[in-house]
Design a protein around this ligand. Structure first.
Ligand SMILES: [Zn+2]
Length: 206
């Protein structure tokens, strides 16, 4: 199956979870407008879909023995779990937040082979930081598995990004926005929802 067909299938899967929105007119938290949007919190709501997507990433990296699957954070953790579960080496799963080193030091040693898993790769800053951390500890980053790659670069610092979907979508200022020009209604759902979420996430212990 060629890459293009495969991507279409993955995109269809994301559509079925309700995570992928297209042909819309969406207000982003940045104030920019776009016609496409990926709602990360919905990506992993269908367990069997997530398992299937994780298995695709695991299969890609199955040719290498992997010791650790390193999730970039809690957002990518469910997908990371599915990758680790499906990989033949039965790697350990851990999640990294930038700067937390204690746990990693125990699991990442010289010669440890790591796959980093991220949900959405845009600038790649988080992946780059974690990759540097792994190498600092003597480990080796085999590659990066991602759900979605928005950057045109298919690698970060020489490490391959294997993504289920590679697709960037343009964002516009309201003045330049073609959907505004057409008079399409602006969907503010994602910005409102985010504001609504703030108080609970700021509560201690949540
Ligand atoms: Zn607009």
């Amino acid at each position: 199956m060629d890459a293009e067909v495969r991507e279409k299938i993955h995109l269809e899967i994301l559509k079925r979870t309700g995570a992928y929105h297209a042909n819309d007119h969406i207000l982003l938290p940045s104030g920019q407008h776009t016609s496409e949007y990926i709602e990360k919190t919905l990506v992993t709501t269908e367990a069997s879909f997530t398992e299937g997507l994780g298995a695709v990433i695991a299969k890609h990296f199955a040719q290498w023995p992997i010791d650790v699957v390193l999730s970039t954070g809690p957002g990518a953790l469910i997908l990371s779990h599915c990758v680790a579960r499906a990989h033949p080496s039965r790697p350990t799963l851990m999640y990294g937040t930038k700067g937390v080193r204690a746990g990693k030091r125990r699991l990442i040693r010289p010669t440890t082979k790591v796959v980093i898993v991220e949900d959405l790769v845009s600038s790649g800053t988080t992946v780059k930081l974690l990759s540097e951390l792994v190498e600092e500890l003597g480990g080796q980053v085999i590659g990066i598995g991602a759900l979605w790659r928005r950057t045109k670069k298919a690698e970060i610092e020489g490490k391959e990004i294997f993504s289920l979907v590679s697709r960037d979508f343009p964002t516009y200022t309201p003045e330049q926005c073609p959907m505004c020009k057409k008079g399409m209604a602006l969907n503010q759902e994602f910005v409102r929802r985010r504001e609504h979420r703030k108080p609970s996430s700021m509560r201690e212990g949540t």
